[in-house]
Design a binder for this molecule. Structure first.
Ligand SMILES: Nc1ncnc2c1ncn2[C@@H]1O[C@H](COP(=O)(O)OP(=O)(O)O)[C@@H](O)[C@H]1O
Ligand SMILES: [Mg+2]
Length: 457
């Protein structure tokens, strides 16, 4: 490589402008990319292939975000890496190095050895004995970051959109590990560094759970069983999910208790309620302006939010998961595991790190049960009297109840805070309306029908 790593990224800027919006993890797909520039770039491997680690600043609509890139450079790009190509400069093919097993092995080896290289700290957790020299493969699932699985042992998440400070995913996993929490995949290491003098987490290594089943896949399989069962009710079909939903509720409550014990908790009153409800109303204003179908429910939504403003008892707050849904839980032979404690990638970092009501996580999971129940009916013309719709509603009710009942076995019953829980659930549903409107219009009926049902409007 004759030019410096920073020059390489600068010369790739135009190609990156095209490439970024094609990446699942790129958070700014809804806005044009104005410019891409390197914030920093270092060489991790010199040779052919070469490896450059970089942080880039992406400007869109006057604001900017920072992303992590691992760029590989080769004189000749082999066919199996064709899909990773970004651009060619100075006769070198530049590509997404996370897809190149010849380069990614180094990341695990550096973590195993606990080395620092080019300003990056590759660390393993105290006592973790790591096997190195394993080949990686990328995780195929839809995701907001890039995760690599090494053998059957480890999974390394490379954070794409960067936040200042230690990533909450790492902070919360470490805290839960200190509590010996059974409901997480053990954190084993991290890649830390700094950008403009601030600490930044670039990666997190965890125990890979090879035999785990995805909660969303399990729940939707159960719904499919029910739909195929004709006249049968959820409790009578083989794939009933209620037992799992109950155990999931228990597990989430245990994770909440461990987070509170490890990182503290508090109690908030008027001020939190005011700011929470104000934020809900503001979101509603914005979504109403964009989605006319929502206006029929405006009154019902506003009154549900205002009812939360009137609450007088204090609200328990603590660190929470922040983006909990059925796609963020895995079922292992020993029970449920929660993954991905990064919080909502779109939310500002300060919000993600603040103490919040654990009912937010409960509301997220309740919305997810609704989605799982209704996703098979997307595009299906049946009305509310229809048998399949009835079955979907029954499934959702049964599993939402089972989840809350399980939670209540280990902590206070979330249903005792019905007014706040309802407002939080509706706020999530309003967010979903905006998302579906922009991305999957045929799904819009899922959150809209939930809002109609919950508000009675
Ligand atoms: N410890 C693990 N064991 C097995 N699979 C995992 C593990 N952690 C994550 N996964 C898989 O990788 C996917 C992405 O992980 P996640 O932490 O949710 O990353 P992202 O931040 O990109 O959403 C998950 O949906 C799951 O399928
Ligand atoms: Mg995730």
């Amino acid at each position: 490589m004759t030019s410096s790593p920073t020059e390489v990224i600068t010369e790739l800027a135009d190609a990156l402008k095209e490439w970024l919006p094609t990446q699942r993890w790129f958070a700014g797909k809804d806005r044009a990319v104005e410019s891409v520039a390197p914030v920093q770039a270092v060489s991790l491997v010199d040779g052919d292939p070469a490896l450059v680690h970089s942080v880039i600043e992406v400007r869109q609509n006057g604001s900017s975000d920072r992303y992590q890139l691992l760029i590989g450079l080769r004189t000749e790009l082999p066919e199996h890496l064709g899909h990773a190509w970004i651009g060619t400069r100075a006769q070198l093919a530049c590509y997404d190095a996370t897809q190149d097993t010849e380069l990614t092995g180094l990341l695990l080896d550096l973590i195993a050895r606990g080395e620092s290289l080019a300003g990056l700290d590759f660390q393993h957790e105290a006592g973790a004995q790591l096997e190195s020299a394993l080949k990686s493969r990328p995780v195929g699932a839809e995701q907001s970051n890039t995760s690599l699985v090494y053998g059957h042992h480890y999974i390394l998440k490379l954070f794409r959109k960067l936040v200042t400070g230690t990533n909450p995913d790492l902070t919360l996993h470490r805290a839960l590990q200190r509590q010996q929490c059974e409901h997480i995949a053990e954190p084993l290491g991290a890649i830390q560094g700094s950008v403009d003098g601030d600490d930044v987490t670039f990666g997190m290594l965890q125990r890979f759970l090879p035999a785990a089943a995805d909660g969303w896949a399990m729940a939707t399989a159960s719904v499919r069983d029910l739909m195929a069962g004709g006249e049968k009710h959820p409790e009578d079909v083989g794939g009933d999910f209620a037992g799992e939903a109950r155990r999931l509720g228990q597990s989430v409550a245990e994770v909440h208790a461990d987070l509170a014990e490890a990182l503290g908790s508090g109690s908030e009153g008027r001020e939190l309620l005011e700011s929470t409800v104000d934020a809900m109303q503001r979101r509603l204003d914005a979504v109403l302006a964009a989605v006319p179908e929502l206006s029929a429910h405006e009154h019902g939504l506003r009154s549900a939010f205002e009812a939360a403003r009137e609450l007088t008892s204090p609200i328990a707050v603590q660190h929470i998961h922040g983006d909990l849904h059925l796609g963020q839980v895995l079922r292992t032979a020993h029970g449920w595991v929660l993954i991905d404690f990064e919080g909502e990638p779109a939310a500002p970092a300060a919000e993600r790190l603040s103490l919040r009501s654990p009912l937010r996580d409960v509301a997220g999971m309740l919305r997810s049960f609704d989605y799982a129940a209704h996703q098979l009916l997307v595009g299906y013309p049946g009305g509310s009297e229809d048998q399949l719709t009835e079955r979907a509603l029954e499934w959702a009710r049964r599993n939402r109840d089972a989840f809350c009942a399980g939670y209540a076995e280990k902590a206070a019953d979330p249903r005792e805070h019905a007014v706040l829980l309802r407002a939080l659930e509706l706020d999530k549903a309003v967010y979903e309306v905006a998302y579906e409107h922009g991305n999957r219009p045929e799904w819009l009926a899922v959150p809209l029908s939930s809002i109609a049902r919950i508000t009675g409007s």
